[in-house]
Ligand binder design. Structure first.
Ligand code: ADP
Ligand code: MG
Length: 682
């Protein structure tokens, strides 16, 4: 067995308690330890002169004690001045023992190590440095290498972690092979894999400036390769061949009140071409909010159904499922298709009947939430899976649904849609297992939503604006945001806002939707809003995805500073769908610098891709890839902020590895992803 896979418990000095703390850091095997990289280093190799100290760095200093005192002001502080001939450094201790104070004597020599900061009177100081008293001619104790400082967790100290990593390095030494092709290493002047790791964990004199980047680059390439493998593997499956049915298409398109945009037509053609081949389609459709992705989905569904196959359409919220259900029922009315609406709310007899009909092939299209990949849901002949707003789902959920359609060598086609445009460089990484189509055109006559950023003190003006707006027979949204992810609190906040607005606006018919309401209740309210029996819809961010009511052209978002830009862009996408001007008022309560910058991006830009790029520049890739992109990419050594420039080249170099050293690909994947790769395998 490879040493790399040994559990951390094999190391000396690593007992049960340390094991559990290492596990907390996601460190299970020796290999994990090797990829646990230092955050920074401390330099105890040289004594620095006080005059050469740099604020913000740590340093080792030696000097003579010039002054020792307890400062009585506020909390008692032990203060000690040392002088090394080049300058004076002040040491401060807020906690100390009396013996400590007594031991520090005027004229004695002391060595200390700590972070240098500016103190009072612009002097340099260290707070709670490590220190040691030296006899007059005793040399300072230096170390002969930099000391790595690792990310750690409570109860686990640096020296234990350091020793564990060093042992891991020793035991695995013979296995630290280079799997990247030479030309890549030469092109970037990278050190080899083994010396990169050694220099990082056990530095001698210097660390190769590219040692960290070399690891990050390898890891990025491996992510790309694993996705490419997943794609290649998926393409080896068989899929049903769908032939276009011109007559059905014509009937469908004729019933629409508008013509498809050029971009919609192009993407539909790409989908149809995919489905004419006997391999499963794996296509992502990216299109800004309001670009008309639903129709593209409908055309794809039409293709599968008219070829005698079933279609599953999965969406992240019940609200959106209901809306799609209504739209598809209307669009497919000429064809007499059976459509099932399946969410967690469908229970009892109705559910039983629905599932039975689905398994018997009497249902052509099922629309639902993640309830779709429960075990009891069986298809007779699933030919196409469509996932809308895919960024809300994890990779594993996407794959679970794909398995539903497994039938011998046959797999369903897959269409994935997302409105959260992420910058191209990130998209190439994240969706390397998919072919990508972009709807880069909005339906005609759309006007940019006029966006204003206002302090919450101007709420009264905003309320007056709603009154005017509604008098003109138009509708509006009022979106409440809360920091807490709790549905209950969000619901309560929305309720009290709805109550308040009802009182302030006696002539306005106010409705309320939030995540805690029963599906039937939500449905009734949404339907009433759509039918213009309500003028103002107060909502939580549940309406963020997909909701479509063209007459509603005014949106107020409370505390927009709490939301990410792409989420704001999605919310704002609910308006500007009909005729005439539309507005989005961002009603903030507190606006620190960063938030101000972000909201002004919303005011100035209307293209989701541009907004995503700007957001990337402001916040860095870490956050963009982080919280809202569930279950997608998790890195060990890549820091998207530092290594962003490598993303762009990753497909190029990844393909190079494929051609130059295909035999290394599985080894690389094993090294970096180990068993985690199972979830990208198809
Ligand atoms: P999204 O891409 O955000 O899912 P939708 O599919 O909800 O967008 O479409 C937004 C709105 O645009 C809907 O009201 C839809 O009926 C309308 N729409 C879609 N395609 C066209 C088109 N080609 N011309 C005019 N309106 C369209
Ligand atoms: Mg949509």
């Amino acid at each position: 067995m490879s040493s790399l896979k040994l559990p951390v418990s094999v190391l000396t000095g690593v007992g049960l308690q340390t094991v559990s703390r290492l596990h907390k850091l996601q460190l299970y095997t020796l290999q994990d330890l090797l990829f646990h990289l230092p955050l920074r280093y401390e330099d105890r190799t040289n004594v620095r002169t006080i005059s050469s100290l740099i604020v913000g760095t740590s340093a080792l200093v030696r000097g003579r004690i010039e002054q020792v005192a307890i400062m009585p002001s506020g909390r008692k502080t032990l203060v000690c001045h040392i002088n090394d001939g080049s300058g004076v450094l002040v040491l401060k201790f807020f906690h100390y023992f009396p013996t400590q104070y007594q031991a520090l004597k005027y004229g004695d020599t002391l060595q200390c190590f700590g972070e240098v900061r500016f103190g009072f009177n612009d002097g340099l100081e260290m707070v709670h440095p490590e220190y040691q008293l030296l006899t007059e001619n005793e040399a300072v104790v230096t170390e002969n290498a930099l000391t790595p400082i690792y990310p750690n967790t409570e109860g686990l100290n640096q020296s234990i972690l350091r020793r564990a990593v060093l042992q891991a390095l020793q035991r695995c030494d013979a296995e630290l092979h280079d799997y990247l092709p030479d030309n890549l290493l030469q092109h970037f002047s990278y050190p080899d894999f083994r010396s990169a790791l050694q220099q990082i964990h056990a530095p001698k004199e210097t660390i190769h400036p590219l040692a960290f980047q070399r690891l990050a680059h390898e890891e990025l390439i491996v992510h790309y390769l694993s996705m490419r493998c997943a794609k290649l593997q998926a393409k080896r499956w068989q899929a049903p061949i769908f032939h276009a049915n011109k007559k059905t298409e014509k009937v469908f398109l004729k019933s629409l009140p508008f013509k498809l945009t050029g971009a919609q037509q192009r993407v539909i053609a790409e989908i149809y071409a995919d489905c004419e081949s006997p391999q499963p389609m794996l296509r992502l459709v990216q299109g800004d909010v309001g670009s008309g992705k639903t129709l593209v989905a409908a055309m794809a569904a039409l293709l599968a159904i008219s070829n005698g196959y079933q279609v599953a359409l999965m969406v992240p919220t019940e609200l959106l499922a209901e809306q799609h259900y209504r739209n598809f029922s209307m669009w497919f009315a000429p064809f007499n298709y059976q459509i099932l609406f399946l969410t967690g709310q469908l229970k009892g007899k109705a559910r039983e009947q629905g599932l039975k009909a689905l398994a018997a092939g009497e249902i052509q299209l099922v629309i639902g939430t993640h309830a779709l990949f429960q075990e009891q849901v069986q298809f007779q002949k699933l030919g196409l899976i469509i996932i809308d707003e895919q960024h809300r789902f994890g990779v594993d959920q996407r794959l679970a649904l794909r398995d539903k359609g497994e039938n011998g060598e046959m797999r369903p086609h897959q269409l994935v849609m997302t409105a959260t445009p992420i910058p191209r460089t990130l998209a190439m990484m994240q969706y390397a297992d998919l072919d990508v189509s972009v709807i880069d055109e909005l339906p005609p006559n759309r006007q940019p939503v006029i966006t204003r950023v206002l302090p919450t003190q101007r709420r009264d003006e905003v309320i007056a604006k709603i009154n005017d707006w509604v008098t003109k027979k138009r509708q509006a949204y009022w979106v409440c945001t809360l920091i807490e992810e709790s549905d209950v609190l969000q619901g309560e906040a929305a309720e009290s806002t709805a109550h308040f607005l009802t009182q302030m606006l006696p002539k306005v018919r106010v409705g309320l939707v939030h995540g805690r309401m029963k599906a039937a209740e939500k449905d009734a309210i949404m339907q009433a809003f759509k039918n213009h029996e309500l003028d103002l819809l107060v909502a939580t961010t549940v309406i963020e995805v997909g909701v479509d009511v063209p007459n509603s052209g005014l949106m107020i978002i409370e505390n927009p500073e709490r939301l990410g830009l792409s989420q704001l862009h999605q919310l704002r996408g609910r308006v500007g769908r009909g005729e005439g001007e539309s507005y989005c008022l961002l009603l903030y309560s507190a606006l620190p610098e960063m938030a101000r910058k972000r909201l002004s991006i919303m005011r100035e830009h209307h293209d989701g891709f541009v907004i995503a790029e700007k957001d990337l520049q402001l916040r860095g890739a870490g956050e963009l890839l982080g919280t809202r992109q569930k279950g997608q990419l998790r890195f060990k050594t890549v820091n998207p902020e530092q290594h962003g420039h490598l993303f762009e080249m990753v497909s190029e170099w990844g393909n190079e590895v494929f051609t130059a050293a295909p035999e290394n690909v599985p080894l690389l994947i094993e090294r970096w992803l180990g068993s985690a790769v199972n979830y990208v395998e198809v």
